[in-house]
Design a binder for this molecule. Structure first.
Ligand code: UDP
Ligand code: MG
Length: 340
């Protein structure tokens, strides 16, 4: 079995594959990020190939193994071998866990389809739904992207509450763009949309925001997420929180300017207070109360300054990471069932 197994590849080296307008070899590419999904991959492969074969759609599947520790790499080698001569299957294996966003990026880079579908490996999003969305895209020439919108989330109350709060905060804060609530990453879009997404070079990626930023005509269709076929969700609360922060800090700049307003307001308040104190002195003579208010003011301004510094630090840190221009992912293996 060959492939670029011995050579580490990165997004920067794969730019050749991203050349806009490159000829599409397949009707549709399913981009499937996998992190410890060994129990789901065979089922996904079987269901997807059957579903699209019956529909007469020329399909390609790109599995991106995001540093799984459950033997997925070996399993994928077998899947690619099985697919040889029958189905077009690529398997990209990362050198470690880079996160779903990086996996989606690598998958889109490798995709050779005229349309691309981002779909999870856990069967929460069914290939049958993907086929419906693909057909819808083909029937609607003005639509560039069909996005699945979760009608009813089968999630806990607290998580739902946090997600709603996130959407409200994001849309209230973000410069220029708004993301519709409940739109998932489960999407089928034209190759032009994929090219636009790949042209955005940021390392800290937040798909929902990127999709909103690039524009294009998006059609939302309702869908209901199934239960996971096997395993459990890879998102911990901490991971989700960090992801939300990436979204907010990645698409806003005004918190950086908030210090101007707070500072100006405080300066005006200080002048007013000074005048009041002076007036009191002139009218009633010397008076030295006010240690508590002094302490309060020192604390208030100390706190404000630190908070503002913290906000600046958040942006500075992100800028620092982006400026290193490290690759979005490192792949240690890239297999392709259509190549020798
Ligand atoms: N995933 C990934 N890298 C990660 C976390 C998740 O590639 O670091 C993949 C995972 O294997 C699955 C998809 O992203 O195919 C969605 O993850 P999950 O099902 O855990 O999320 P949920 O459906 O609970 O939102
Ligand atoms: Mg899932």
């Amino acid at each position: 079995l060959q492939g670029k197994a011995t050579q580490v590849s990165t997004d920067a080296q794969n730019t050749q594959q991203t050349a806009p307008g490159a000829q599409a070899t397949y009707d549709l590419t399913l981009v499937v990020p996998c992190y410890n999904e060994a129990d789901n991959i065979p089922l996904f492969y079987k269901t997807a190939t059957e579903c699209f074969e019956n529909a007469g759609v020329k399909l390609e599947i790109v599995f991106v193994n995001d540093g799984s520790q459950d033997g997925s790499a070996q399993l994928l080698r077998r899947v690619v071998e099985t697919a040889r001569g029958r189905h077009a299957v690529q398997a990209v294996t990362f050198s470690r866990n880079f996160g779903k966003e990086s996996a989606l990026y690598a998958g889109m880079q490798a995709a050779r389809g005229g349309a691309i579908c981002l779909i999870d490996a856990d069967m929460q999003q069914t290939p049958a739904d993907a086929l419906r969305m693909y057909r819808l895209l083909m029937e609607s020439p003005d639509v560039d992207c069909v996005a699945a919108c979760q009608v009813q989330r089968k999630e806990g109350f607290v998580l739902k509450l946090f997600k709603r709060a996130f959407y409200r905060t994001f849309n209230g804060m973000a410069d220029d763009i708004a993301i519709p609530a409940n739109v998932s990453d489960f999407r089928v879009f034209r190759r032009s949309v994929r090219d636009a997404l790949l042209a955005l070079p940021e390392r800290e990626r937040f798909s929902k925001g990127l999709f909103a930023w690039i524009g294009f005509n998006t059609l939302e269709v309702p869908y209901e997420a199934e239960q996971r076929a096997a395993g459990k969700s890879k998102w911990s609360f901490r991971k989700l929180f960090r992801y939300a922060a990436t979204g907010i800090f990645g698409f806003t700049t005004w918190p950086l300017k908030v210090a101007i307003w707070i500072g100006s307001l405080c300066a005006v308040a200080a002048v007013v207070y000074l005048l009041a104190v002076l007036g009191e002195y002139v009218l009633y003579g010397t008076n030295v109360p006010g240690y508590p208010s002094l302490a309060c003011l020192i604390l208030l301004f100390g706190g404000l300054q630190l908070a503002v510094l913290g906000v600046i630090g958040e942006y500075l840190g992100r800028d620092y990471i982006e400026n290193k221009r490290r690759p979005i992912y490192l792949a240690k293996e890239h297999l392709d069932s259509t190549q020798e």
